[in-house]
Design a protein around this ligand. Structure first.
Ligand SMILES: C[S@@+](CC[C@H](N)C(=O)[O-])C[C@H]1O[C@@H](n2cnc3c(N)ncnc32)[C@H](O)[C@@H]1O
Length: 481
């Protein structure tokens, strides 16, 4: 019965807006976590149907001494009606209390299905955001542990058919290799990976395709020479991008992974262990709290920056809630501006690390305030000017990805916007996402000579990645504001 109590407690905390689903599940002892996570997610999926059914019976009033909360009723009735094998607990007074009402509960389930015009229980599940149904279930093959060929052979032997990549979501027993990220496989969202042993073995990582972009852009596949390289992941937990970086570097070289939150740091540690990342040193430290001249950063050339954001790009499919990096409440203008200024501070801090030559900045937000505006402000900053940072050209930033940054309504030229990546949920088969890549010298500055143009010769061209006119306009705006 503890299992049900634990699940009900997580639901109580979510009702009280105390933390995210992921955060609350992480607080549960690891041996019970998988089972409780499945119970919580499944109950949430059927929450409104279950509430409806329970409210039509006298369960809560007649059994209030034993069924002490409505969430305890939800998890128990969920299993009674929807789980194979019913309530998974030995006979005891609480189970008996629910069973006393089972005939009525089952009759109410039938009535509800008729009322809703659905054939089966699945028809009662919350659909979440409709855009989520256009997003395949992405599975990243962790090459620290497994190979792409090994994974393909495994899934084929398990009865899945490999199909060519297309714009359609694969059918239930099909999969395809993603055309943009070579170690990512696309499945139908209904394939139940959350309880797969491949996850526990670290062979696969459930990670939205767009979330793989930053590591892929920072450390292009097959780029080699990582044995002696030093990389920083400035905002690492839960560790999806850190483990992707680790794999792209062939588990070689050194990645220092910062995470300031102590609870999330524990998740990061366990993720890195599971994904067998031998080249990562996790640090429970605030990235902004470490001086850019500190010896931790000595020789660091590449930095992945994926700071906290509004999360406005994450579309609501129940199981995606489990993957969200960090949930932020509300996305009002004041909140966006506050987030934007924090994100800019993080980029500027990274730019001050002398040896850094390449920095990716990413968010799972759809708002310009956290994306193009932040990039523009970073480009015109003193830090960028002093270190010589500008944007990497499109050719270096996943050129085959069609949707680029927005110049309209922003101060970025079309050329600069084209070197940014955007993903739109519902249109791009991914969650909403944004990536920029800052580099110390870029062909955008002066393609012919590989050096900056003389200012007097090119009064309106790019300086420090930003047209001079815009820089002036921006300065005027800042002064006026
Ligand atoms: C969007 S999440 C990162 C997700 C992660 N990159 C992944 O793909 O799994 C942002 C993380 O940065 C952490 N964070 C925010 N500010 C930080 C700082 N100044 N130093 C270190 N970590 C920070 C947050 O606690 C949070 O865990």
């Amino acid at each position: 019965m503890n299992f049900y109590r634990e699940g009900a407690e997580v639901l109580d905390k979510l009702d009280a807006k105390k933390g995210s689903i992921q955060g609350n599940l992480n607080a549960i002892a690891e041996k019970n976590r998988k089972r409780t996570a499945a119970l919580v997610i499944e109950t949430l999926k059927y929450k409104s149907a279950l509430q409806n059914i329970i409210a039509s019976t006298p369960l809560l009033t007649q059994e209030k001494r034993l069924i002490t909360s409505s969430n305890l009723a939800l998890v128990l009735v969920h299993d009674l009606l929807f789980a194979r094998g019913g309530i998974q607990a030995s006979d005891g007074p609480i189970k008996q209390a629910v069973l006393r009402h089972q005939t009525r509960l089952k009759a109410e389930l039938v009535k509800l299905k008729i009322k809703k015009g659905v054939q089966d229980n699945e028809g009662l599940a919350e659909k979440g955001d409709d855009r989520a149904s256009h997003i395949p279930r992405y599975v990243r093959v962790n090459t620290n542990v497994w190979t792409l060929d090994g994974a393909i052979a495994h899934f084929e032997a398990a009865g899945f058919t490999s199909i060519p990549s297309s714009d359609l979501v694969p059918e239930a027993k099909q999969f395809s290799v993603d055309p943009h990220i070579s170690h990512v496989l696309c499945f139908n969202p209904s394939v139940p990976f959350a309880t797969s042993p491949l996850l526990a073995e670290g062979k696969i990582i459930l990670q939205d395709k767009a979330s793989c972009f930053p590591a892929y852009i920072l450390v292009p596949p097959d780029s080699g020479g990582w044995e002696t390289r030093k990389v920083v992941d400035a905002t690492a937990a839960p560790g999806n991008k850190t483990s992707a970086l680790s794999a792209l570097m062939g588990n070689k070289g050194k990645i220092t992974a910062f995470e300031r939150d102590s609870k999330r740091f524990k998740t990061l540690q366990s993720m890195l262990k599971k994904a067998r990342c031998q080249n990562v040193t996790p640090l429970n430290k605030d990235f902004l709290g470490v001086d850019p001249g500190d010896k931790i950063f000595e020789g660091v050339t590449h930095i992945l920056l994926d700071p906290s954001c509004s999360g406005s790009g994450i579309v609501n499919r129940m199981d995606y809630l489990l993957e969200a990096g960090e949930e932020e409440a509300g996305v009002d203008q004041a909140r966006l501006l506050k987030l934007g200024s924090f994100q800019l501070k993080m980029i500027k801090h990274a730019m001050k690390i002398k040896s850094a030559t390449r920095i990716t900045y990413s968010t799972c937000s759809i708002h310009k305030e956290e994306n193009e505006f932040v990039v523009y402000d970073a480009l015109i900053s003193e830090e960028a000017a002093q270190a010589g940072f500008t944007l990497a050209p499109r050719e270096e930033v996943l050129p085959a990805w069609p949707r680029r940054g927005q110049s309209e309504g922003t101060a970025l030229s079309q050329e600069l916007a084209a070197s940014l990546i955007r993903c739109v949920p519902g249109e791009d088969r991914t969650n909403g996402f944004f990536v920029a890549c800052f580099v110390k010298s870029s062909p955008l500055v002066n393609k012919q000579e590989g050096k900056r143009p003389r200012e007097e010769d090119h009064a309106d061209e790019v300086v420090g990645g930003t047209p001079r006119k815009m820089r002036k306009a921006k300065k005027r705006k800042v002064k006026q504001g």
